[in-house]
Write a protein that binds this ligand. Structure first.
Ligand SMILES: Nc1nc2c(ncn2[C@@H]2O[C@H](COP(=O)(O)OP(=O)(O)OP(=O)(O)O)[C@@H](O)[C@H]2O)c(=O)[nH]1
Length: 443
């Protein structure tokens, strides 16, 4: 069963059944079907969350009578947060030998500042409904996609060349990527199914189903989980990305997560290019209660990272998160710098870095995609962190990233707070992006 049907079934207990012949018969009565239909459906299903007990929608109750009893056979997979390896960290005491960090004395268990600033962070982040988070975080993207889609459907008369032109335009505007838009359009041209569809909501069904299932198919081999060290040596994540993408914030959020899990975390201020970047990381270190290995601005970042790796090994840190500069405009310089940093890490710990995470500002749409392409040419990126999805209407970029780059998204930023970072879950993301177009379809 494809992802489209899995989501639909999880909500309504009903799979999508393409009914070509029936749909032809319905032509007359549906000719003037209002394009506001999906908007109405949005309201119906707005507060529904997958798998939640209070998710009874009108659609659901309507479908109950004819829904399959085996509804739970293949439910939408709601995995618990991937917590990675939890190492036993009995010794979280901190040596105070560092020269640069003003925050070193509060290392270890000084969460007080954190708790004051963010009282709900510790326990609530564990129990927060992830589906709801994605639902909320993707509201803007979803609404914007639905609005575009409804405009497109309003113009629908028949499946002709103009239809495919409009469809391509819709998809490109929705940031799903040029290649994806063309491929989807080409594949739909081949399908007789669409030729027989006359009803607007069925047109919507066929397109969204294709989009979602294509995404699902492309991700068959994709591993979205973060990799950790297999032995007692520290896990090292190297963060790359242009200025302002959200590297420092993501490092802060991740440090908070691992610190809360009882791991011993060290940060390395590898962005020595921008003076403010060091302080910014130190502020996060202080807030979260983890030490920061730093040096003066303009120091060779590789030397800061070298010191950080040594310290991480000597002092038994579990995780080392390395910030780097993001001067994409100086591509060659940046490439050399990142290569050197990586070399320094690997020389000390051959298995590290376990992840090279490219941080992309999701709200920049296609720009994020081209940045990813450039970074991927120069650095061996193992995963993507997609930030600022909460304030963005460009969530469709996630389809382009998978379909065109084939780099797994591993984390998503759904807000600015410490616990607004989620392990990427493709199914929840797709649900958040298209929910009413899937759940409210086909009735
Ligand atoms: N809404 C929202 N804002 C975010 C998210 N992640 C980061 N931000 C904000 O984006 C801005 C830039 O984030 P930084 O972490 O400073 O970005 P950076 O990549 O480290 O930038 P440089 O230090 O200049 O290299 C900050 O105001 C963050 O609060 C997110 O997931 N959602």
């Amino acid at each position: 069963m494809g992802l489209f049907d899995r989501i639909k079934k999880a909500f309504t207990g009903k799979e999508d059944e393409p009914k070509e012949t029936e749909k032809v018969d319905e032509t007359a009565q549906n000719a003037e079907e209002p394009e506001t239909k999906s908007a109405d459906k949005t309201a119906e299903s707005e507060d529904t969350t997958v798998g939640s007990e209070d998710s009874t929608t009108e659609a659901e109750s309507k479908d109950e009578s004819d829904s399959e009893p085996e509804q739970k056979d293949e439910p939408l997979e709601i995995k618990p947060e991937d917590k990675g390896e939890v190492k036993d960290v009995s010794d979280s005491s901190e040596s105070e030998e560092e020269t640069v960090e003003p925050e070193s004395e509060e290392t270890g268990n000084s969460e007080t500042a954190d708790v004051e600033e963010n009282p709900e962070s510790e326990s609530e982040s564990e129990t927060k409904d992830d589906v709801k988070e994605y639902d909320e975080g993707l509201k803007k993207s979803r609404n914007s996609f639905s609005a575009r889609f409804n405009r497109f459907l309003a113009n629908f008369r028949s499946v002709d060349e103009e239809f495919f032109d409009d469809l391509e335009e819709l998809l490109i505007e929705s940031d799903v990527g040029y290649e994806t838009a063309m491929r989807l359009s080409d594949e739909l041209r081949e399908e007789v199914k669409l030729e027989n569809v006359k009803k607007r909501s069925d047109v919507s069904d066929v397109i969204v189903k294709k989009l979602v299932d294509m995404y699902d198919e492309e991700g068959k081999e994709e591993d979205n989980s973060l990799k950790f060290s297999n032995d007692k040596t520290p896990t090292i994540f190297l963060f790359v990305g242009v200025n302002g993408a959200g590297k420092t914030t993501t490092i802060g959020k991740l440090a908070h997560r691992y610190q809360q899990e009882g791991k011993k975390v060290l940060l390395a201020a590898g962005d020595t290019f921008r003076a403010g970047a060091i302080e910014q990381l130190q502020v996060w270190g202080k807030r979260v209660g983890v030490p920061v290995q730093a040096s003066k601005a303009q120091t060779d970042p590789a030397s800061v990272v070298f010191d950080a790796v040594h310290r991480a090994v000597e002092e038994d840190f579990d995780i080392l998160l390395v910030d780097t500069a993001g001067r994409l405009q100086n591509k060659e310089g940046l490439m050399r710098e990142l290569e050197k940093i990586k070399r320094v890490i690997t020389r000390e710990l051959p298995e590290a870095p376990q992840e090279v995470l490219l941080v992309l500002d999701g709200s920049t749409g296609q720009n994020a995609l081209s940045q990813a392409k450039q970074f991927n040419e120069t650095t061996d990126v193992s995963g993507i962190v997609l930030t600022k999805i909460d304030g963005s209407s460009q969530g469709g970029i996630v389809l382009a990233i998978r379909n065109e780059l084939h780099i797994p998204v591993k984390l998503v930023g759904l807000g600015e707070q410490m616990d607004d970072l989620r392990d990427f879950d493709p199914e929840k993301f797709i649900y958040g992006l298209f929910k009413e177009l899937i759940v409210g379809s086909g009735e």
